[in-house]
Design a protein around this ligand. Sequence first.
Ligand SMILES: [Zn+2]
Ligand SMILES: [Zn+2]
Length: 52
Amino acid sequence: MVLKCSSCNREVFDDYIKFKCPACGKLEIIRCEKCRAMSVKYTCPECGFEGP
Ligand SMILES: [Zn+2]
Ligand SMILES: [Zn+2]
């Protein structure tokens, strides 16, 4: 299964973090190391929550 960064949609391999959406807790948000470093916003596809 290919994991993609929830912010930039790039495929991620080793350098990423994964956490449950803080709003709905249903989906896992994946952020690549680059987006994390730049604090790019992510949007939960399930509930539309936007986080830093
Ligand atoms: Zn990214
Ligand atoms: Zn959510």
